[in-house]
Design a protein around this ligand. Structure first.
Ligand SMILES: [Fe+2]
Length: 497
């Protein structure tokens, strides 16, 4: 073939594919990572969304990059291992030929564009309230949040979140869903909720995510709490050693259809723990590779829209108030621990907790914590109030809790389910267990100890709660479920007026 003919052929091949290339260049306006309905109260909620370049996450047959870390001083390559921490190490990411952070397995890279939210009372109002179109924040992984206020308490709302590529362009993606607001503080209606923890990407039990999401959705909870470890930055073949890789962890997890489908229909509270902040048992002075603790906190905020400060209490009607505490940001540093009494919550949070719980007149008061207050936990562990290192602060808080009426603790973090009662203070704690059977473990004693009321060590699951008014007060039914929703243990508390 003459070089001229070859050029002509090349030109016609390019011409043939030009529309595709142009289309690819214009891609975006999708919401492959779904929406999150964050922090519902009686009158407000925050809607989170993120625009993506592609309509779907990258398929599972796509390759993964190879990561290498090097000691900054010696230049020596460090071996990568799960739960590893690589302070200040230099990171090299080798992408397979033709792939990048947007096309590797499970990726759903962000893209510029505009979004808006429309909402109305479900099955009632004829007209929608709609926000103006707004650009997603390119510096915050192409996310946007909308604070909806002046909502009606105890009411179900429908929402529609729309995306488009540029101003005045046609709508490219539509995510519809709904949520309920909390009943007013004096209202005695029933309330139901689910709590889960610890979902590791490699331990998922369905190709499209986790079985517990449809199982929880089947219970139609009014709200949902994720107590932390929503992603595991320091596990699997691609550790989050840069902000870009951390965002990849969030995108590949929250683009699974089981999660997308759940989060568009249930109001959620997100709490962070160690693995979705930075690394195993991390403190504020930790860093790993080119990813710092401060960047970990910022990335968590960017991806879940929690309130500021992250500790909060929410009233769900006359009979229920929940407290969700922050266990990483106010923790003392490793350096401080050598000279001061170590703290997990920090003084301000402890004062806030004791004040707000003392002031509360809710019938049942539930503390939801990322890490245990009671345990028992393994002797080798030392990052929570059930461990010796934080024993003094733990004892103070357990003693405070024991002096309150109708208080319960629900904990995440531990990868086995238990119900236990502290022998000294009688504080009761429910551990919700890992998100999948493959992720369960960590406790080797098959037989319950005296403080256990229930113990289930090799299977995952979640917790559900239901508060109802009774003729002379209220009841709180707590259930532990397996990953498909079957009840494995339950107990009902009652409280007279
Ligand atoms: Fe965990």
């Amino acid at each position: 073939m003459s070089s001229r003919r070859a050029l002509c052929l090349l030109a016609s091949v390019i011409g043939l594919f030009m529309p595709v290339l142009l289309f690819a260049g214009q891609a975006g306006g999708f919401q492959a990572t779904g929406i999150k309905i964050s922090e519902p109260t009686a009158t407000s909620v925050t809607i989170w969304t993120r625009l993506t370049r592609d309509e779907q996450r990258a398929p599972d047959d796509r390759p993964l990059p190879k990561l290498k870390v090097f000691d900054r001083n010696s230049g020596k390559e460090l071996p990568l291992r799960d739960n590893g921490e690589y302070p200040g190490a230099r990171v090299e990411i080798a992408f397979p030929a033709g792939s990048d952070l947007g096309s590797i397995r499970g990726a759903a890279v962000g893209a510029a564009g505009q979004v808006r939210v429309r909402y109305r009372v479900a099955s009632g109002a004829m007209t929608w309230t709609e926000s103006p179109w707004r650009a997603v924040d390119e510096r915050a992984d192409f996310t946007a949040t909308f604070a909806l206020a002046s909502l009606q308490p105890g009411t179900r709302y429908e929402i529609v979140v729309e995306g488009r590529r540029v101003e005045a362009a046609p709508t490219t993606s539509v995510v519809s869903g709904g949520f309920v607001t909390a009943p007013a503080p004096g209202a005695a209606g029933s309330v139901s909720f689910c709590v889960m923890t610890c979902q590791q990407y490699e331990d998922r039990d369905r190709p499209d995510g986790f079985a517990i999401y449809p199982a929880m959705l089947g219970l139609r909870p009014d709200f949902f709490v994720n107590t932390g470890d929503a992603v595991y930055y320091d596990h699997g073949p691609v550790h989050a050693l840069t902000v870009g890789l951390a965002r990849y962890h969030w995108a590949r997890m929250f683009s699974f259809s089981t999660l997308v489908d759940f989060h568009r229909q249930v109001g959620s509270y997100f709490m962070k723990d160690d693995h979705d902040t930075l690394t195993d048992d991390c403190h504020p002075d930790f860093s790993t590779g080119e990813f710092s603790f401060a960047e970990g906190v910022r990335t968590y905020r960017e991806q879940t829209a929690p309130p500021n400060p992250a500790y909060r209490t929410i009233r769900w009607g006359r009979h229920l108030q929940i407290w969700m505490v922050e266990g990483r940001e106010y923790r003392s540093t490793r350096e401080q621990d050598s000279t001061h009494a170590p703290t997990i919550w920090g003084g301000e949070q402890i004062a806030w907790f004791e004040r707000t719980m003392t002031e509360s007149d809710a019938t049942f008061r539930v503390l939801i914590t990322p890490t245990p207050m009671v345990g028992p936990d393994r002797d080798a562990k030392d990052d929570n109030y059930a461990n010796a290192g934080y024993g003094a602060e733990g004892e103070r808080l357990r003693t405070f809790l024991a002096a309150q009426k109708n208080v319960l603790v629900i904990t995440g973090d531990r990868h086995w389910q238990y119900v236990s009662v502290d022998p000294e203070t009688k504080v009761e704690e429910w551990s919700v267990g890992a998100a999948s059977d493959a992720h369960a473990g960590g406790w080797s004693e098959n037989q319950p100890r005296a403080m256990h009321r229930f113990l289930r060590i090799n299977h995952g699951g979640f917790l559900s709660g239901a508060v109802s008014a009774t003729s002379d007060g209220a009841s709180l039914r707590l259930r532990l479920h397996d990953t498909t929703g079957n009840v494995v243990f339950e107990s009902t508390k009652t409280a007279a007026k």
